[in-house]
Design a protein around this ligand. Sequence first.
Ligand SMILES: Cc1cc2nc3c(=O)[nH]c(=O)nc-3n(C[C@H](O)[C@H](O)[C@H](O)COP(=O)(O)OP(=O)(O)OC[C@H]3O[C@@H](n4cnc5c(N)ncnc54)[C@H](O)[C@@H]3O)c2cc1C
Length: 242
Amino acid sequence: MVLKGVKTLISRADIAEMFVVFTRVNGVPGARGIGCVLVPGGIKGLTAKASFHTMGGEYLSEVIFDEVELPLENLVIRDNGMKRLLSAFNTQRCLNPAICLGLAEGALEQAVRYMRERSAFGQKIGDFQGMRWKVADMYIEIEAARGLLYRAAVSGDPFPDPTLAAMAKIYTNEMSIRVTSEAIQVHGGYGFTDEFAVSRFFRGTRYGSLGGGTTETLRNLVGKKLVEELDLATGCFGMGTF
Ligand SMILES: Cc1cc2nc3c(=O)[nH]c(=O)nc-3n(C[C@H](O)[C@H](O)[C@H](O)COP(=O)(O)OP(=O)(O)OC[C@H]3O[C@@H](n4cnc5c(N)ncnc54)[C@H](O)[C@@H]3O)c2cc1C
């Protein structure tokens, strides 16, 4: 069996010891023709270059499969792999927002700490109502995201429900951008510098809505489900796990 092709923007490819590659098998068209093959790192014909430096501080790689020869036993899914990939991928669609949730929580903690320490115009900035409302809104958004995300996670059987995972990912990804940005605002000009962790949290969380299914394509999924499957007799609650 020979594997040919290129996949770009891959995390950790430069250190991976095994690649799980979804690829077209024997030229069979459509989603039905997608299978899965295991490719050991370091095999002849495989190059993984850490080529793209990201605003999050890490690198994304381009992986090139140049006539990689593999034993047939490495073909672990022969056909219809796309459906199985997407089903299992709903786990990643909960993991990605879990990272964003953590970054948002960290940003809120840093904001509260700074509000207690920093004084302006003769008082702690944490005494200003405008600042208190900011952290209140940040906390509300974090808890709303947590609720969605935990609900998606407990739907796992074994993989999370696709619609719940998509909704949790969209909301948490976008929430964390807003919350980490507000944490920078709380820090004033210093928030824009590398002196405080919040600027790193903001840069770090920006990847969320891009990797693992973009927020746009996931909105397509949720919208399709609603328009095509919502049972108006049972309403939204009929669609979820609870
Ligand atoms: C930090 C990070 C880590 C990653 N790690 C991996 C990895 O480990 N493995 C891996 O395989 N990939 C990985 N990726 C790649 C990632 O999955 C892709 O970047 C992502 O799927 C988007 O594809 P694209 O970059 O080609 O964007 P494009 O497809 O070019 O999209 C560009 C824009 O068009 C929008 N768009 C595209 N199609 C539609 C549509 N049908 N409807 C509405 N809007 C649409 C997108 O939402 C986006 O806003 C990673 C990316 C990042 C940023």
